[in-house]
Write a protein that binds this ligand. Structure first.
Ligand code: HPA
Length: 247
């Protein structure tokens, strides 16, 4: 199997079970990625791990250099990218602790560097983004979840918001009317940039909290962190299972 890139989000700044061979601080024409690329192996699979919010979890979603991150992964020989991301659950069954493999995206972000196709172009380029996640990789993750008995929800519509603040209840109402079932702050432009680079990209979305107005009262960082802490164990099992069936 080709080298697998894993982008870790909130709650996943390190990857358990990864035998690290080297850590590499790289530069790209788009600037520096969020963190050094951590090269290693899980089972027999070559993995490059990148902490989206930095090693110390200090880069907020709107300041992540998504272009540098994706470009650096591709330069490292990565073809498939599994992006782990904390999300809020909008639909009832997207409850805290649930892992979902979303299949669609609605982008509400603004002002982010969201394309590689803007400067020094020979011709204007529009990528197809009908199916924003790589269905092959999503299918392989689904197969892994069945093989290693980690429950996941197959599908979901990821609404990408600007952050770093959480949403208002009315914003979530609107997103639900639009068809969103999950809300997060990092899914875009990450997915689109991966597609522009020809990477096969899928998301493993971990529900950290019920979205604004969908739970009881305020959303606290403590609740988010404790839910993620528990759920990331399951993500680790899923990723290990994925490596096992793909080695
Ligand atoms: N909204 C946006 N992003 C998030 C949330 C949320 O409720 N929870 C975790 N990431």
């Amino acid at each position: 199997m080709a080298t697998l890139g894993i982008i870790g989000g909130t709650g996943l700044t390190q990857l358990k079970g990864l035998t690290i061979t080297r850590s590499e601080a790289v530069k790209t024409p788009y600037g520096k990625p969020s963190a050094p690329l951590v090269h290693g192996r899980i089972n027999a699979v070559d993995v490059v791990f990148l902490a989206r919010h930095g090693e110390k979890h200090s880069i907020p979603p709107h300041r992540v250099n998504y272009r540098a991150n994706l470009f650096a992964l591709r330069e490292a020989g990565v073809e498939d990218v599994i992006a782990v991301a904390a999300v809020g659950g909008i639909r009832e069954d997207m409850a805290p602790g649930v892992i979902a493999l979303p299949e669609q995206i609605i982008d509400y972000t603004w002002g982010r560097k969201h394309t590689f196709f803007e400067d020094e172009l020979e011709t204007v380029t529009h990528i197809d983004f009908t199916t924003p996640y790589c269905e092959t990789l999503r299918g392989r993750l689904l197969a892994a979840s069945q093989a290693c008995h980690v429950a996941v929800i197959d599908g979901g519509v990821y609404g990408a918001t600007q952050g770093p603040r959480l949403e208002t209840a009315a914003e979530i109402d609107r997103m639900q009317r639009d068809g969103c079932t999950l809300v997060g702050m990092t899914g875009m432009p990450e997915a689109a940039l991966a597609r522009e680079l020809g990477l096969c990209y899928a998301s493993c979305a971990v529900v950290a909290n019920r979205a604004a107005g969908r739970g009881d009262g305020e959303i606290s960082m403590e609740d988010i962190e404790s839910t993620l802490h528990k759920a990331m164990g399951q993500v680790g099992v899923l990723l290990a299972g994925f490596m096992k069936i793909n080695e």
